[in-house]
Design a protein around this ligand. Structure first.
Ligand code: GDP
Ligand code: GDP
Length: 435
């Protein structure tokens, strides 16, 4: 089950303000200079230990209020169909408008949980205005909130996370689940067809956990996995402008369901902000990631072209240099199976367990050679290293003064870890703990 929460509502009610508050991504994990994180409209949030993905639907409608009938209407419908929970935002400052009623009419059809966030309830007086929105006739609670100050949002989130689909532990530990993600036209369907065409090894079609995602089971060179397919989405979306929004919704759900994501990038367009957004989300969810730069046949190349591309993409990826990049042509079937192999090894790395003695043997000499810099005359001593029993790799360094270890040293340790052990394609969590 997916955990997508969509914020819907007319323009200027404060959707993106709430969105930014929920994902708290101003101090972004990514390199700000790269400029590719700017137009992010979805991201991971967490409340009471429950992660979920928030999507600011406003980011996908361009134009003013008078576009409701076409763009907004179909977009709200997509949000209603594809999200698990809806936050319907209205504005206490302006009060109830006709456009709010239009939204309510679309929302009335769904049985999914809806939370009305009556925003800009910055003070008592405004908060009282929120009652006006009962006139919308939706049989749901209204939460006066102030997205700017954050007041009221805690109450809303307390109730919202109770409605998230419960995690299904039985779902785990079965076949590796690999999703193929990427913008419309990057070559996802062609990729799936190429896999199907050359290997007649497809076992079954299993209807996915979500209504229209198809999980196909593959057996390929002795490897057994489920492919979570977002390829068919274009046919489903009738309105042209919504392809992007619809594909984003579907991609997020496929991402949440999968262990490893193959993110396809279009070599004819280069690495784009949308590609960065999906990778950033995968990173937050601690998924394995492989980047597949497709349509490589269209690029005029010399011997250093691939290296130049890699260098430029890694600069944009910031810390996420653990993501392997492969250059493919689905058209000529160049390196198509290597992409699957990389995804499978990312899956193995995601579940890799390294013993404490191996970690100590490998890393303690590195630490001795280059110990953490002392702080205020105090020496920091790392005594031993152990992998924590978490679902995805997390390494704990036990030391006397964990609070004094700074980011650059953490980076040093991560690089060393990765040079000793293959964690290609997977994020590593590093903790410093007091013995
Ligand atoms: P969106 O179009 O729905 O995404 O709306 P924005 O998030 O861009 O906000 C529209 C305007 O409302 C901006 O000027 C915000 O600063 C303002 N705004 C958002 N939340 C609040 C709030 O809680 N109180 C007040 N007074 N203004 C807010
Ligand atoms: P999707 O929307 O991501 O499923 O993309 P499609 O698989 O439908 O591909 C979109 C277009 O790109 C089609 O015309 C494909 O033939 C073309 N295409 C896909 N892969 C490649 C490739 O590796 N090289 C070239 N030149 N074209 C490709």
């Amino acid at each position: 089950m997916s955990n997508v929460v969509a914020i819907v509502g007319r323009p200027n009610v404060g959707k993106s303000t709430l969105f930014n508050r929920l994902i708290e991504e101003r101090k972004a994990i990514m390199d700000d200079q790269s400029g590719v994180t700017r137009d992010r409209h979805y991201g991971m949030a967490e409340w009471n230990g429950r992660p979920f993905t928030v999507i600011d639907t406003g980011g996908y409608v361009h134009g003013s209020e008078d576009v409701f009938e076409s763009a907004i209407r179909s977009q709200v419908q997509i949000a209603v169909d594809e999200a698990s929970i809806l936050i319907f935002m209205v504005d206490c400052e302006t009060g109830l408008t006709d456009l709010d009623k239009d939204f309510a009419n679309v929302l009335r059809s769904t049985k999914k949980p809806i939370f009305i966030a009556a925003n800009k309830a910055d003070n008592q007086e405004r908060a009282l205005m929120a009652n006006e929105f009962y006139e919308l006739g939706l049989p749901v609670d209204i939460y006066p909130v102030s997205s700017v100050s954050g007041s009221g949002t805690g109450e809303l989130l307390d109730e919202l996370v109770k409605k998230l689909p419960s995690e299904n532990p039985e779902d785990d530990g079965q076949l590796p689940k690999i999703s193929i993600l990427g913008r419309p036209n990057v070559g996802k369907s062609s990729f799936v067809n190429a896999l199907l065409g050359t290997e007649r090894s497809i076992v079954t079609d299993i209807a996915g956990t979500t209504r229209d995602s198809i999980n196909s089971r593959y057996k390929m060179y002795g490897k057994d996995f489920l492919l979570i397919d977002t390829a068919g989405i274009r046919k489903k979306s009738k309105v042209h402008e919504d392809v992007e929004f619809y594909s984003v919704m579907r991609s997020i759900k496929a991402l949440e369901e999968s262990d490893v994501c193959i993110v396809m990038v279009d070599a004819t367009r280069g690495f784009e902000s949308q590609d960065m957004s999906i990778i950033a989300l995968a990173h937050k969810y601690k998924k394995g990631v492989v980047m597949m730069v497709n349509k490589w046949d269209t690029v005029e190349k010399n011997t250093s072209t691939a290296d130049e591309w890699k260098k430029s993409i890694y600069e944009k990826l910031g810390e996420m240099t653990y993501i392997p990049i492969i250059f493919t042509s689905v058209l000529t079937k160049q390196r198509v199976f290597q992409a699957i192999e990389l995804a499978m090894s990312a899956y193995d790395n995601l579940h890799k367990k390294i013993s404490t003695s191996k970690l100590n043997d490998a890393l303690l000499p590195d630490i001795e050679k280059y110990p953490p810099p002392s702080v205020k005359g105090k020496y920091i001593r790392i005594k031993y290293i152990t992998q924590l029993p978490t679902k995805t790799p997390a390494i704990a360094f036990f030391c006397n003064l964990p609070q004094y270890i700074k980011k650059p040293y953490e980076r040093y340790l991560e690089n060393k870890l990765r040079s000793h052990f293959d964690f290609s394609g997977v994020p590593l969590q590093i903790f410093f703990r007091k013995k």
